[in-house]
Each structure stands twice: as C-alpha cells, then as structure tokens.
Design a protein. Sequence first.
Length: 344
Amino acid sequence: MMLHGLELREVECFLVLGDELHFGRAAERLGISRARVTQLIQALERRVGGRLVQRTSRKVALTPAGEQLAADWTAAYRALDAGLQQAAALARGIPGRLAVRYAATVSYSLVNAWLDHVRQRRPGCRISVEACPVANVFASLRDGRADAVVTRLPPGGPELLTWHEPDLRAGAVLARDAPVLLVPADHPLAGAAHLEAEDLSGLVLWEAPAGLPEWFRRAWTPALTPAGRAIGRRSGAASVEDLLAGTAAGHALHLTFPQLLDQLPHPGLRAVPVRGLPPFLTAVVRPGGTDGAVLADPAAADPGLADPVPAHPVLAAAVPADPVLATAAGDHSPPLNGPAAEGS
C-alpha cells in the first residue's frame, strides 16, 4: 500500500506548493524553509516514481501527474480536516460548523441578530452565511449546502410547511410583518393611507414567483377576503425582480411584507398598508427528523414555541401554533402567459 509511511507533512507541502506555485511562498505559509519544501516534494516524487513538479528558473508548474494528484488529494485533505475539527468540537461539547443561507428578500441585519444569539449559546461554532435566491432556499437544505435557512413564509407558513414539506421543519419565528399592497405610483390606490382586507376584493394580485412550491405561492396570496369575497390571482412571475417590474407595469398588484422595497428598491411602486390580514413571517427552517438542542436563543424568537419533533443537534426549531392558515382554495384568475407574464 503506497500510503505506508506517507507523512501528512508531505501532503500539506505538496498541496500548498500546488496552490502557490512558488517555493518561497509555500515555505512561508508552512512555516518551514525552502530547503525543507524541496526535501518533502522530492520524497513524495520518489514515492510515486515520477515528477510531480516542474521547476525552471522562471516558474513552477505541476506536471500532469501532479495536477491529478492535487485534484484527488485536495478533497480528501479537506474532508480529513473537517472531520478532525468536528471531532474536536464534539469532544468539547460544541457543535462544529453551521452553514446558514438566507433568502435574498430577508435583511442580513435580521439574520445576523439571530446568529448573535446562536453564537452566545454555541460558542466556538464555525458559522458560514450566504444569501441565495428565494426559489432555492428549500433546495439548499436538501442538497446539503445549508444546515438552516432564514426565509419569508406566508401566513400559516410553519404549519403549511410541515404538511407540504414533511422533511423540513419551521423553527424560530424571527419577525412578523403586517402586509402591504404594492401598487404602481400612478394607481388610484397609491395615495391611500391604508386599505382594509375587504378592499382587495376584485383586485388581481400576483402569486409568489415561479420556482417556489405551489402551496407556498398560493398561500402567499389569499384567494378570498375574510368575508369570503373573491380576490383575483395571477401567476407567471419568474422572480421577485420580475414581479416588481410587472407590478409597476400594471399587470397585477402584489401583497407582501413592508421591507421588500427596502431590499429591492423600485421607484415606480408605492406600498399601502393592509389591515385585517394575518402577518407574513420570517422564520428559521431546518431539516426535519434530526435530533439536538434548540439553536436559537428563545429570547430571539416568539415566546412559547415548542417542537415535539426531535431537532437537529445544532439546529432546533419550534413550530409556533399560529391559528391562521392561508387558504389555497379557488384560484379566481387563470395563469397568464405571453408578454404580460414574461416581464413580471
């Protein structure tokens, strides 16, 4: 077996030299002399029986064999490093790493405030944070890119999520925002101080953008007012940006949370508060069916949250009992395709 007698230092030296392509910089990064770098590379070349590094007076380059070895070893080395760090963290009772993604429509300041609570409860946890398109937040949990996502949810979102996405769980609710109606700046409703929920009757509102689950899109926009009067709904927006452009063009109006225009400013739109509807939620979503302690400090979330399902070792969540569920029944406006839907 060729691994017999292989020193980890040889692996590290080769990978660093392959990254730097300069003996001096590699030596500096490793904290050893140039001569020692040369010795380690030569020992490795004797082991494989051929040249791995081509060195001239002008440059350093990997040979084809060196490039192949670097590609194979890089992933393996990272896995070894991650495993060692995770084992050390678990030995100290500290979760090792946490990958967090948040929807582009969520304010980073809100995410960071929640993570401050996480850091206080889990000191030493290495947290990576990355924004992602709205339509990709659930996929991030399923493909392993994220351990938790922070996203907007429609009214009744935690219960609907558990029902329609049984492998996911909604956790701490970080914000509840009363809805606003986005209208074109020259729309008759643009100057209103506020609207009542019944004023939505007869209007046509956008569903959430394509790419999100159907239940999410339909729950975002109610089909009926509280009194049971029909609200028109339109699908076809490919993204939040397209939806805003379509709203400004007058194709449909958009019921949403008030911070959306702060996140994605659009001078052609006005936000009119709507009273009498349940709030939109901003919540932490995690994979379901895993064990562990609560991730977020309860002070950062709504009081009284409890999750009967065992949580992730790092991620925990508690599904709030929101009595209001968004209706998904009766779409009163068929999806429109063509020019009107394309630009929205």
